[in-house]
Design a protein around this ligand. Structure first.
Ligand SMILES: [Zn+2]
Ligand SMILES: [Zn+2]
Length: 324
């Protein structure tokens, strides 16, 4: 790729590292926002290499991360202050070139200074920002019991924010493997339960019998339709079910509307994030968000195919493409 040209309000970022996430698998198949030809990569960290004439918020040499979502600010939803639901979203690494390249152009307003935060931790700020939006959506009441299905990288970040934002008790239920292992090691939940692929029904019944009144909030963060369908059973009367995972567009599930009605259950979703990176950086600066050790495998951009494969297989907690 040639080095992108920048405008007066843009910056050019020399990419150090860019996280690889499940959404990239969808983009790879041309799903979701993908517009080809595409340089993917929406979790980028790097150094400012050039700035446009009007840029004041950062200088050459600053280390930054980029918020990949830019709303149009003029569509039906944008003018109603729902910019995250913009109909003409510019998504760096989704429909315009992103961070899996040596250089990327961003509007200056999209980049945030990270000072000396290591790049392999900085690439987690975008997924953490998505988790911060999830927290806003959930509106956790103080003293809540929360159940989180899945503990991928976003789940691990979300779990930490859940514990700092009202949850008294957090249970993580996930299949075994490196992700659950890391969650335990980081000590981010109060209880951990392995749901294996072989005997999920039995383990789900154990989870139900251990929690006869269910949970105030149940978060489905695995992207598995089967888990999403089962999740409803664990929501306490008056509780909330949060659709957080990314599912295939064609998937359908079945829920009992009677149960949703009788139990006054709120079903809500958290899609992605916009403008949450400064908030997440506050947790990082305060030393309260554990980011170290989540990226456990790095690849050169030439190894993209191999990298996608480990993400697909789930043998990695979090992969990143690195350039230096
Ligand atoms: Zn992502
Ligand atoms: Zn818009």
């Amino acid at each position: 790729m040639s080095v992108p040209e920048i405008g007066d309000d843009d910056v050019l970022v020399r990419i150090s590292a860019c996280g690889v996430c499940g959404t990239d698998l969808h983009y790879h198949k041309g799903e979701f926002l993908a517009k080809w030809p595409l340089v993917p990569g929406h979790e980028a960290a790097g150094t400012i290499a050039a700035i446009g004439a009007n840029v004041k918020n950062v200088a050459i040499g600053d280390r930054v991360v980029a918020d990949p979502m830019q709303p149009c600010l003029t569509c039906f939803h944008c003018v109603r202050r729902k910019t995250l639901l913009c109909e003409n979203m510019t998504a760096f690494g989704g429909n315009v070139p992103g961070g899996f390249a040596e250089y990327c152009r961003y509007p200056a307003r999209s980049v945030h200074s990270i000072e000396d935060l290591p790049s392999l931790q900085a690439v987690l700020l975008e997924p953490a920002a998505c988790a911060a939006h999830g927290i806003e959506r959930m509106q956790i009441e103080a003293g809540s019991r929360v159940l989180l299905f899945g503990c991928g990288p976003t789940g691990i970040l979300l779990a930490q924010l859940v514990k700092m934002n009202g949850a008294a008790h957090l249970t993580i239920a996930s299949k075994g493997g490196p992700k659950l292992h890391l969650a335990r090691k980081l000590g981010i939940a109060d209880e951990y339960l392995t749901i294996s692929d072989d005997a999920p029904d039995e383990q789900m019944s154990t989870l139900a019998s251990l929690n006869p009144h269910g949970f105030d909030i149940v978060v489905e963060a695995t992207g598995s339709p089967w888990v999403l369908e089962s999740s409803l059973e664990f929501v306490r009367k008056g509780g909330k079910l949060v659709v957080y995972g990314v599912y295939d567009e064609s998937v359908k599930i079945s829920w009992s509307p009677f149960r949703i009605w009788e139990h006054e259950i709120t079903v809500l979703a958290s899609f992605c994030s916009m403008g949450h990176i400064p908030h997440v950086l506050e947790y990082v600066k305060a030393g309260r968000l554990k980011l170290d050790g989540i990226v456990d495998m790095t690849f050169r951009v030439e190894e993209w195919e191999e990298c996608l494969e480990v993400v697909r297989q789930g043998t990695v907690v979090k992969a990143a493409i690195v350039f230096d």
